[in-house]
Design a protein. Structure first.
Ligand code: CO8
Length: 258
């Protein structure tokens, strides 16, 4: 499907989405969020796609929500039209695994999009921040919640209240990105991880993602019960039988997502 603000491609088991508004550092306007959700929906329905990779450019993953589009909006318009928030919420509830390929600016809604991904690869040039405070607002796409859970109260407060950006290595040391690579390699590395995940059982990957995400919402004992139920459920899958049989036969498993 042709898109204006993103590009999509299928590379074997990977569904690749590239944010593409180069004149605005990939700022997320309504069109881009709508197209992003559309592309995610297409890849969700496509059984060949086992993992999604979302990237921007080397200069910017995304500099956040489009300030020019938001500048004239009133509180009533935001509330009544929902802006693009109802769509936005779908990113955080996406069932397939998503690898974020970060480089350059990852700011505001751009960082919130990144934090909705499951694995984050960052180029060494990446700068991450929640600078909304500098324009008189605050994070609105999950930043106060996801950043705090990722890095703890004090670093989150510092980033959100000062708007100060951090670099890739600091983000890695805080657990905000999974790994840092040279700038030439960030996309390839993200795709490599995506292909590794794609070789696993899609059923097990989906339930494992669900269980990890629930850990942010449940207390420990409920979370452990939830994990155990999903673990038992996987014993009903053909992939579980294939995975254990392949181990005993000393061969690679062929998972079918069944
Ligand atoms: N929105 C719209 N346009 C932008 C944005 C943006 N977020 N960021 C950059 N641009 C545009 C600039 O207006 C400029 O356009 P033009 O050439 O037409 O004037 C062009 O990109 C280049 O920008 P600069 O000239 O400013 O380039 P610099 O290299 O000097 O600076 C920065 C780059 C640091 C990225 C700078 O542009 C900047 O600070 N941008 C704004 C970052 C920001 O405040 N982000 C937060 C936005 S609010 C937000 O994200 C709320 C999220 C709410 C939830 C949303 C869910 C999706």
């Amino acid at each position: 499907m042709p898109y204006e603000t993103i590009a999509t491609a299928k590379e074997g088991p990977l569904g690749c989405i590239t944010l593409s508004r180069p004149d605005a550092f990939n700022a997320l306007n309504t069109k881009m969020v709508t197209e992003l959700i559309g592309a995610l929906g297409e890849f969700e329905k496509d059984d060949e796609v086992r993992c999604v990779v979302i990237a921007g450019s080397e200069r910017a993953f995304s500099a956040g929500a489009d300030i020019k589009e938001m500048s004239d909006m009133t509180a009533v318009q935001m509330t009544m039209t929902g802006h693009f928030f109802p769509l936005w919420d779908k990113v955080g509830r996406y069932p397939k695994p998503v690898v974020g390929a970060l480089s350059g600016f990852v700011l505001g809604g751009g960082l919130e999009l990144a934090m909705s991904c499951d694995v984050l690869v960052a180029s060494e040039t990446t700068q991450l921040g929640q600078p909304e405070i500098d324009i008189g607002v605050m994070p609105g796409g999950g930043g106060t919640q996801r950043l705090t859970r990722a890095v703890g109260k004090y670093k989150a407060m510092e980033m959100i209240l000062t708007g100060k950006r951090i670099g890739a290595e600091e983000a890695k040391s805080l657990g905000l990105v999974s790994r840092v690579v040279p700038k030439e390699a960030f996309l390839d590395e993200a795709k490599k991880i995506g292909r590794e995940i794609s070789a696993k059982s899609p059923v097990a990957v989906r339930l494992a993602k669900m269980a990890v995400n629930k850990s942010f919402e449940m207390g420990l004992s409920d979370g452990l019960d939830f994990e155990r139920e999903l673990f038992y459920l996987l014993f009903a899958s053909e992939d579980k039988a294939e995975g254990m049989k392949a181990f005993m036969e000393k061969r690679r498993p062929e998972f079918k997502g069944k």
